[in-house]
Each structure stands twice: as C-alpha cells, then as structure tokens.
Design a protein around this ligand. Structure first.
Ligand code: ACO
Length: 332
C-alpha cells in the first residue's frame, strides 16, 4: 500500500568545503593508487573541511543559501531536522546550533542518526509534519564531516568519504500531482557490526585505551556492506515502483546515495535505466553520508535535469543497516 504525504520539496542548496583532495593527494597519505580508487569506487576527488568547520557550520551555509535562493525569511521555518553521524557534539543537537545561526526563531528541531539513509529518514519525518498541517515550512539538512571520524591509516575506508552538506525546503503539496507519492524505510540491525564507530558513546566512552585502539573511527567490512547495498538498493527501487503501479520507464530521474559507483550501476542495470537518468557525483565528492542525496538534488537542479512534474526516486542504504526510498513528483 502506498503512503502519500501531502508535502513537496520547494528548494534545494548545498555547501562543499573549498579544499579539493584528489586521489593523487590520497596516494601521499596511504598506500593506494588513483587507478584502484577510480575503478573500485568511481571516486576521483572529494572535499575536506578545514579544522574547526563542523557539521553545523556546513549545514548552516547550505540552509542560508537555500533560504536566500527561495526568498524565505528564517522566522517562517517551523521545523529543522538534521541528519548527521558527525554532529558537532553529542549535545546540544546540531539542529539547535543551525537554528541559532540562521535566526530561525520560530523553529524547533532535532538531529537524526540514520547514517547514509539519514537524509531520507529526515525528509520523511519533516514531510509528515508538513503533510499533517503542523508546519508550513520545514528545513531538512544532511551534513557530515566524515574526515572527523576517518582513520587515515586505513586505506580501505579513508579513500571513500568526503565532507559536505545539503538542505531542502519542504512545504505543503497543493494537489495530488506534486510531492511525495510514497516512501519505504527499513532497518536490519543485524548488519550493525559491519559499519560502525566503536567508541565515544556510552558503551565505550572516550579513554586513552579507546584512542590508542583507534576506536573513534569508521570501521567497515566493505564487502559485506557492498553486497547488502547492491541487493537492497535494487529491491527497494522495484518495490516502491511496483506498489504504485509504476515501472522504471516512468522515472525521469533517480538520485541514489553515492557510496560506490559500482553499487549505483548495479541498481541502474537491474532497473534498465541509462546514465542520463541517474545522478552520479561520487566522482567529485566521494561519499558524504547524509549529504549525498541533497547534493545530488542540487546538482540535478543546476544541470537542468529536474522539471516540474518529473517522477523522481531518491534511494539510499547505509550503516545500521538502514534503507530508504522516496518516490515523488518534482514540484518546481
Ligand atoms: N587502495 C589500494 N588497495 C586497497 C585499498 C586502497 N584504498 N583498499 C583496499 N585495498 C586492497 C585490499 O587490501 C585488498 O587487497 P588483497 O586482495 O591483497 O587483500 C584488495 O584491495 C581488495 O579489497 P576489497 O575489500 O575486496 O575491495 P572491494 O572490491 O570490496 O572494494 C570497497 C572495497 C570499495 C570498500 C567496497 O567493498 C565498497 O564500496 N563497500 C561498500 C561501501 C558502502 O557502501 N558503505 C556504505 C555507506 S557508508 C555509511 O553508511 C556511513
């Protein structure tokens, strides 16, 4: 059964730190090669935030640009949901820091931890409040400073990620021909052990030992995550299309999470879609975790690849495991 939400995206913006780090630069940090990174992942370069730039700073920049582009006063925002696995601190929430910097004096908000599916979780949650009529304008932000939790002695993970932020504005849909048609989310906690940051939480609070054992960094069983992502991205896409009586031929654009170009191409092949209908920017940004999908939407808008009425699929799989697919008619 499909689950329509009477809410639509009415604006999108992104922020990328200026420092570009190429694969050649990564060769100077770990024992890797441009050829390995390009052929195994599709990544050519990524952005690194300078020290002192946190998730809230990047998220604020993206949100400020979004509000300026759309001519929206910060005081009109009722809700701010921030997806991140690299919050500035455990508390206060990154959403509070962004609310303050924006001057969004009428907003409440919170952070949401859904890793690479985080932005889609946040979008579904915010859209529910807008669809229910509780808020007229909600901000959804995905922001991650992945470099703050990368082990730069582990070549299998540090080459994969980059830093960035994206934000969308969510407003009520005024007809059935626009906005969110359906969404699917699920969690498979049995996969938690394949992608995680062991320390820093209540299980292993920071100590000399956790630092010495490099437990404050991303740990990943790459092949396990890869297999799960390939299978679930394709299954989810088919499921959400089928239950709405649609096929991949009806899609104008897919904006997938950017973890690995091979994962994206595998899903694309199963859907039988050509490259022109699938957003890929992993080559330039790497995996920015909660920011990949809003940055994908930003690129799609800038490249003129989204038009009012287009059927769009947003899709992600991430740590947890977490998954999400949101099907929508683009509204502007
Ligand atoms: N440079 C050179 N060689 C490397 C590197 C590197 N950066 N990293 C690993 N290798 C080597 C390995 O040591 C191994 O060598 P060996 O055969 O001598 O042992 C070889 O390359 C193959 O390693 P694999 O791990 O088998 O490589 P694979 O083809 O599986 O690619 C990768 C690894 C890119 C990590 C892939 O498994 C992947 O993309 N996994 C999924 C990532 C993902 O989707 N993450 C989820 C999102 S993140 C989130 O939610 C926070």
């Amino acid at each position: 059964m499909s689950q329509r939400i009477a809410a639509k995206i009415t604006g999108v913006a992104g922020y990328l730190p200026p420092r570009v780090v190429t694969n050649a630069d990564m060769e100077k940090i770990v024992d890797t090669s441009d050829e390995w990174i390009r052929t195994r992942t599709g990544i050519r370069e990524r952005r690194f935030a300078e020290p002192g730039m946190a998730a809230s700073h990047m998220g604020t920049e993206a949100a400020k640009k979004l509000l300026a582009d759309r001519g929206v006063n910060p005081e009109e925002i009722g809700l701010i949901v921030v997806a991140t696995v690299t919050p500035d601190m455990f508390f206060p929430a990154t959403a509070c820091l962004i609310q303050d910097r924006l001057g969004a004096s009428n907003a409440w908000g919170f952070d949401l931890s859904g890793a690479c599916s985080g932005f889609l979780y946040a979008l579904t949650v915010a859209a529910q409040f807008v669809g229910a009529g509780t808020h007229k304008k909600a901000l959804v932000v995905g922001s991650d400073v992945m470099t703050s939790i990368l082990d730069f002695t582990d070549r299998a993970t540090c080459v994969l990620f980059g830093d960035g932020a994206g934000a969308v504005l969510v407003e009520p849909a005024t007809s059935d021909t626009e906005g969110i048609i359906d969404f699917v989310h699920d969690v498979d906690g049995s996969g938690g052990c394949n992608l995680y940051m062991p320390a820093g939480g209540s299980l292993h609070p920071a100590s000399h030992e956790t630092v010495e054992k490099r437990m404050h960094y991303v740990h990943q069983e790459g092949q396990q995550v890869f297999k799960y992502a390939v299978r679930r991205m394709s299954d989810l896409a088919c499921e959400v299309l089928q239950r709405n009586g649609l096929s991949s031929r009806d899609l104008s654009l897919v904006v997938p999470h950017q973890a690995n170009l091979r994962i994206i191409r595998a899903m694309q092949e199963r859907l039988g879609m050509d490259d022109s209908k699938v957003i890929v920017n992993i080559d330039r940004y790497g995996n920015t975790t909660a920011a990949t999908i809003p940055l994908g939407l930003k690129d799609a808008v800038e490249q003129g690849r989204l038009r009012k009425g287009d059927l769009v699929l947003l899709i992600a799989v991430g740590a947890g495991y977490t998954t999400g697919a949101i099907l929508m008619r683009w509204a502007y």
